[in-house]
Design a protein around this ligand. Sequence first.
Ligand code: KG4
Ligand code: ZN
Length: 350
Amino acid sequence: MTGPVMLGIETSCDETSVAVLDGDHRILGHVILSQDVHEVYGGVVPELAARQHLVHLDRVVDRALDEAGLDLGRVDALAATAGPGLVGALLVGLGWARAAAVALDRPLVPVHHMEAHLFAPSLEDPEAQPPFVALLVSGGHTLLLHVPEWGRYVLLGETRDDAAGEAFDKVAKLLGLPYPGGRPLSELAAAGDPGAFVFPRPMIRGNQTPDDDGWYDMSFSGLKTAVLQTVEGLRAEGALDARRADVAASFQDAVVDVLVTKTLRAVDDTGCRRVLLGGGVSANRRLRETMAARLGAGGRLFHSSPRLAMDNGAMVARAGRFRLDRGDVAGPDLTARPDLPFPGLARRAG
Ligand code: KG4
Ligand code: ZN
């Protein structure tokens, strides 16, 4: 074994997850507990999320260690998500990690949740390394980055309103699907015609140039409103049930078209034909297939399996190892921050 054994803890939203990675980044143990209490509310209830983390985290840690066949004492360093996310939820994981780090006399590494998503594909594919253009699409964020090397992140664009995953969740709700809606919506869409309705492709215009502010930025709230109007029209005609799959497919097609078009702009502008997809929405099959097709044979596309695309402790342990190697360990100012700045992020010059 060439490096430290890492324990990674993720509690930023509604997954309680813990992983143990060996010194070569191999996953020895990994447990992801998705909280289902939120489903009846149609969205994550922050206080319930924090309480559920507190109830389950001890057992999730034990199970991950059991799977790894290791005692907690064999862990060399701990990593926990410090932000962005729900502050109460973050504090449970971070507080647990800090107490363990003090008790074991081991370093603690605070991890940025979106940097962790960037590392997830490398856990399954050792070639998923920079340089690449990264599209991070989750329930809370939509970021388009150029990553020349680990730790250096150039922000090209982001959403100006709803995140891509949030748009999936809201449209899923309109169509009567359970929360979180991304996966059920994509399953419904598989039975529909993506050309049935022509929904807007926000922030994509023929006359845009790379100097425009909106060249890489995205926006999904207008698209959601357009879908709402269509759904209401269909409902009034009594035609909604028969057309739900067509609405889902057409909406998904619009979101995917925007995400892929913006990413390919970045590919062309940077000359970097390696693309990495991360975050929960990267589990979307249509997104992966369309990105691969439009990137073409000269490009490389990296993404993780659906299990590692969602929130998980393994990516936190992996990003924590990167930060540990650079000496970025927690100091006395450690705290959970819903708005934690992305480390090493700079806006593109323009
Ligand atoms: O990264 P993630 O697990 O949590 C956050 O950091 O937010 O992403 C969750 C988001 C949710 O909005 C969920 O609906 C979406 O990812 N999602 C999907 C799919 N699977 C999960 N969206 C579209 N298609 C999917 N197959
Ligand atoms: Zn996430």
